[in-house]
Design a protein around this ligand. Structure first.
Ligand SMILES: [Zn+2]
Length: 58
């Protein structure tokens, strides 16, 4: 099971996407990307849970 996420699904004008084998690994990539490219997004519990709701499994 591969988990993936893309910024465009979050309504961002950004072509970034990532995939990983686990949610933990994927969220680590998301956190890194947000800190570099989307400094306006605060990684609080509410935003993290809405980011997690965008994760797709395939
Ligand atoms: Zn992005």
């Amino acid at each position: 099971m591969t988990k993936s996420i893309s910024c465009s699904d979050a309504g961002k004008d950004c072509g970034w996407s990532a995939s990983a084998d686990s949610e933990e690994e994927l969220m680590a990539k998301v956190t890194e990307h947000v800190l570099v490219e989307h400094k306006e997004i605060e990684l609080n519990a509410e935003n993290i849970s809405s980011i997690k709701s965008l994760i797709k499994e395939s």
